[in-house]
Design a protein around this ligand. Structure first.
Ligand SMILES: CCCCCCCCCCCC(=O)SCCNC(=O)CCNC(=O)[C@H](O)C(C)(C)COP(=O)(O)OP(=O)(O)OC[C@H]1O[C@@H](n2cnc3c(N)ncnc32)[C@H](O)[C@@H]1OP(=O)(O)O
Length: 226
């Protein structure tokens, strides 16, 4: 399927399912490659051979590609697929990926189970603090959107209570309160021994989006920010 970056593609649910079935396993295979690249102990000749093979695959994929990033090119109406997103993107091997689902009973509450491997290491054996921030920015933003109050991060305050081990983790976010176009959200990363990193952030529906909605008289349907 070709992609026009200026005009998001309308695709049917069947096409969406086909694209998902094609790209999700491909992206996961590249994630596995990253993990194997970090952890392999094979001999130098095998590394050089693998490098040539990876370079050949990269050249083949570049035979046809977008000018810029993936954006939100696919979907139905306003339900765009954030497939390039660095946290949740279906086509982004850098994304762990996080898969937030509605949970709990707080406003906008979403949870995501995730396993962070060697690619997300900061201190030895531990998750990089910036990665925890990345996940929390997304989950708090998703909570705001799930509450019907999407916005861009104006600030994000983090408290690192204790080290976060690599491995299985849960990330939780929910809305604390909102005033018009401003929504304050909270969340945390939960490890095997409880919460490790806590976050509090402000998400603002930007002025340009407020003006767009006012022109459309469409305050019930804010645009997506993913
Ligand atoms: C379905 C979808 C799924 C969506 C799922 C979504 C998941 C997304 C998760 C990822 C989120 C991101 O990473 S977003 C990317 C990272 N963030 C950014 O790049 C944002 C960059 N900053 C900006 O674009 C802007 O500064 C904004 C949008 C934050 C504010 O712009 P604005 O709206 O034009 O500005 P303005 O009118 O002055 O501000 C609006 C109100 O917010 C207040 N305000 C603004 N910044 C701050 C601040 N740091 N601290 C306190 N208050 C602030 C102002 O005082 C004002 O209050 P009042 O006077 O009106 O009371």
């Amino acid at each position: 399927m070709s992609v026009n970056p200026d005009r998001p593609a309308e695709i049917t649910p069947e096409e969406l399912a086909a694209q998902t079935a094609l790209y999700a396993p491909f992206t996961q295979a590249v994630r596995e490659l990253v993990d194997a690249t970090i952890r392999t102990t094979v001999d130098p000749a095998t590394i050089r051979t693998a490098q040539a093979e990876v370079e050949a695959i990269t050249a083949r994929l570049r035979e046809e590609q977008l000018e810029g990033s993936l954006g939100a090119h696919f979907g139905h109406g306003r339900a765009r697929q954030p497939w390039g997103n660095t946290v949740v993107g279906l086509r982004n091997p850098v994304a762990p990926p996080l898969r937030p689902v509605p949970a709990g009973d707080r406003e906008g509450e979403v949870h995501a189970e995730v396993v962070l491997g060697a690619a997300y290491e900061g201190p030895p054996g531990l998750v990089h603090g910036g990665v925890s921030s990345l996940l929390l920015d997304q989950i708090l933003g998703t909570a705001a959107a799930a509450a019907g109050k999407p916005g861009m991060t104006a600030y994000l305050n983090l408290t690192y209570r204790r080290p976060t081990p690599l491995g299985p983790l849960r990330v939780e976010g929910w809305v604390d309160r909102s005033e018009g176009h401003k929504t304050w959200a909270r969340g945390h990363v939960v490890g095997p021994d409880g919460p490790t990193v806590e976050a509090e952030g402000l998400f603002v529906l930007p002025r340009w989006a407020r003006e767009l909605l006012a022109r459309r008289g469409d305050a019930e349907a804010p645009p997506a920010f993913e």
